[in-house]
Design a protein around this ligand. Sequence first.
Ligand SMILES: Cc1cc2nc3c(=O)[nH]c(=O)nc-3n(C[C@H](O)[C@H](O)[C@H](O)COP(=O)(O)O)c2cc1C
Length: 176
Amino acid sequence: MKNIIAFAGSNSKNSINKALVSYAASKIKNVETTVLDLNDFEVPLYGIDFENKAGIPEKANKLNQLLENCDGIILSLAEHNGSYAAVFKNIFDWMSRIDKEVFKNKPMLLMATSPGGRGGAGVLVAAKSTFPHLGGNIVSDFSLASFYDNFKDGEIVNSDLLNQLNNSVVKFEQEI
Ligand SMILES: Cc1cc2nc3c(=O)[nH]c(=O)nc-3n(C[C@H](O)[C@H](O)[C@H](O)COP(=O)(O)O)c2cc1C
């Protein structure tokens, strides 16, 4: 059976991006889906001096291995000041030291959500311009604006947005 790795670019215990990623993952049938939590992959702040002294942290290697062994990636990025949350940028930087092809060219459904009206548009622009140079194969994407208005009791309640997500999920499913 194919296996999908899903995770949010956030370390919040109440992450809205984790809620979205879990919801999107639940729509994909007949595949094994693992929803990861970046809190389980806590690594030191990246620095070249730290790397020269101590090498690559084991948890960065572990995440790298999980991506290596999966058939597709669902990722929803938290937006902090228009770009990645520090926790994501940090593990991403470590992983790029293991393998420049961080995302292994595995089909990726890339998403973002935020409480604001732009739905993480800034971090999506950053990811879309950077990931393709780092083994990112973004086959579909989705932004959920105004999370608390549009996502209630574990699902998207706005029908246009729900259609958009369903279309993105179908495109992703066709590529894995
Ligand atoms: C330091 C910081 C910066 C933020 N910057 C943005 C931003 O640029 N755009 C935005 O839409 N939301 C911003 N937010 C709000 C986040 O979108 C919100 O905290 C969201 O819940 C983060 O996703 P998460 O719950 O998955 O961690 C920011 C929040 C923090 C704490």
